[in-house]
Design a protein around this ligand. Structure first.
Ligand SMILES: Cc1cc2nc3c(=O)[nH]c(=O)nc-3n(C[C@H](O)[C@H](O)[C@H](O)COP(=O)(O)O)c2cc1C
Ligand code: SF4
Length: 441
């Protein structure tokens, strides 16, 4: 609380885009100037000391990732900015792209200097036309003024930044799926190792970072390590952009100090509280793929470590709020439809398993399940997951498993009720409406 925002400090209101002149008037591209006067390894060291962890979900330290790029391979090095933002509940990166796109471009240029890349791709989901337009317009301005292109800031170095549009697949946000898509293939994730830092785009070293991670890199170099670390704690340095959605009075994004802002404050202060004066039932704090937290667990700061200790993950900071009237079977049906639909089908446990999870929870949802199906759902989830257990190429399978297991762990009674009462409340209401419409016809 009480934090002056950094990433969105001078951002215009939603719907507006900060121009290059406005950005320059607030110290824009000063970080890049500073970075270009430093040795690339020193920039990486600075980002390492700042301790910024990847904001795309996994929380991997950005400086460490950058240090994995091999030297003197004779191959070009690439930067890929992950702006796919397809995880249900997540919509924070669009604030940067739409409102302060030069901050992202500056972050890309700083990262390119540190890793020795002359080309960066910003992979933006196709469903974000405003973000694509804003970043393209900012790139036009940056090229015209020599911030991007053949002679960056007149110092002789080249750096091109291109927008690459996605076409609607969630799996293209997985880092190696994203690379396959940029190369023009299907967005199929690839087995690791080799890791992209060693063998990424067209077999060349490639660093993949989230939009917010790169925006933070610009801030770190501009303001210095100490200033950056003045927000957050040793576990989660810097601010966090958080999207809050679901059953709240004021859904939206907010930039917070993660060390001093609890999940409860996110809901009650920043999002105006649970809507319609209702009680809170549960929160999914990091985007739809992380474990759900019951209402009693939310008095924890929004750091990676604190949320994990409370049984979930801060992930990509998409806080989904569910009120007391929510039946968790309804919520899980919705999620399993999504994950089954988005599985790319390469790995049997994911292709078949997400289908089975969807079928089983749908059976319970429709009142056709038995109590045994609830245990079956739990055990199928065990056999599906995932990359962590070496069964699948990427973490999409785990993204279906984590909600399933945690929904059953904390809210088993909702599943039992759906079995005993002939389906979930939403299903029964729909059936009743259908019957009423049929009777009237
Ligand atoms: C199925 C799936 C979808 C993902 N979608 C995104 C996404 O939309 N944006 C993102 O930044 N990371 C996404 N990730 C995480 C990326 O694989 C990767 O960890 C991240 O882009 C690395 O950037 P960071 O280190 O800056 O967080 C996804 C991962 C999986 C498994
Ligand atoms: S885990 Fe699923 S989404 Fe990921 S590669 Fe395998 S089949 Fe595709």
């Amino acid at each position: 609380m009480g934090l002056s925002p950094r990433l969105l400090a001078h951002a215009p209101p939603i719907g507006g885009r900060q121009t290059l002149d406005e950005y320059l008037s607030h110290g824009g591209y000063e970080g890049l100037k500073k970075a270009l006067s430093m040795k690339p390894d020193d920039v990486t060291q600075m980002v390492l000391e700042a301790g910024v962890r990847g904001r795309g979900g996994a929380g991997f330290p950005a400086g460490r990732k950058w240090s994995f790029v091999p030297k003197n391979t004779g191959k070009p090095v690439y930067l890929a900015c992950n702006a796919d933002e397809s995880e249900p509940g997540c919509f924070k990166d669009r604030q940067i792209m739409e409102r302060v796109p030069h901050l992202l471009i500056e972050g890309c240029l700083v990262a390119c200097h540190a890793i020795g890349a002359e080309t960066a791709y910003i992979y933006i989901r196709g469903e974000y036309p405003q973000a694509i337009a804003a970043v393209e317009a900012a790139l036009d301005e940056a090229r015209a003024k020599g911030h991007v292109g053949a002679n960056v800031l007149g110092r002789g170095g080249r750096c091109d930044v291109w927008v690459h549009q996605g076409a609607g697949a969630y799996v293209c946000g997985e880092e190696t799926g994203l690379l396959s898509s940029i190369e023009g293939g299907r967005g199929y994730p690839r087995i690791k190792p080799p890791f992209p830092a060693v063998e990424g785009l067209w077999g060349c070293p490639t660093i993949i970072n989230n939009v917010e991670t790169l925006a933070n890199a610009a801030v770190i170099v501009r303001d210095g390590v100490e200033a950056f670390r003045s927000a957050g704690d040793d576990d989660t340095t810097g601010t966090r952009l958080v999207g809050i959605s679901g059953h709240v009075e004021k859904p939206g994004d907010v930039e917070i100090d993660p060390a001093t802002t609890t999940i409860r404050e996110l809901i009650e202060v920043h999002a105006g509280g649970v809507w319609k004066g209702r009680e809170l039932k549960a929160v999914i704090p990091g985007g739809s793929s992380v474990p759900v937290m019951p209402a009693a667990a939310i008095d924890v700061p929004f750091t990676y470590g604190a949320v994990q200790a409370a049984g979930s993950l801060a992930g990509a900071a998409g806080v989904i709020v569910l009120d007391e009237t929510t039946c968790m079977v309804d919520a899980l049906v919705n999620l399993m439809q999504f994950y089954h639909h988005e599985s790319c089908g390469q790995c049997t446990p994911c292709r078949e398993g997400t289908g089975w999870l969807e079928k089983l929870v749908t059976r319970i949802w429709r009142g056709e399940g038995t109590l045994r199906d609830i245990d079956l759902l739990d055990s199928v989830a065990d056999t599906v997951g995932g990359a962590q257990q070496g069964k699948t190429i990427c973490f999409l399978a785990d993204s279906a498993v984590m909600p399933t297991k945690s929904f059953l762990k904390h809210f088993r009674e909702d599943f039992v009720k759906a079995v005993e009462e002939g389906g979930s409340p939403v299903f029964r209401a729909r059936r009743k409406r259908g019957a009423a419409a049929g009777a009237g016809a």
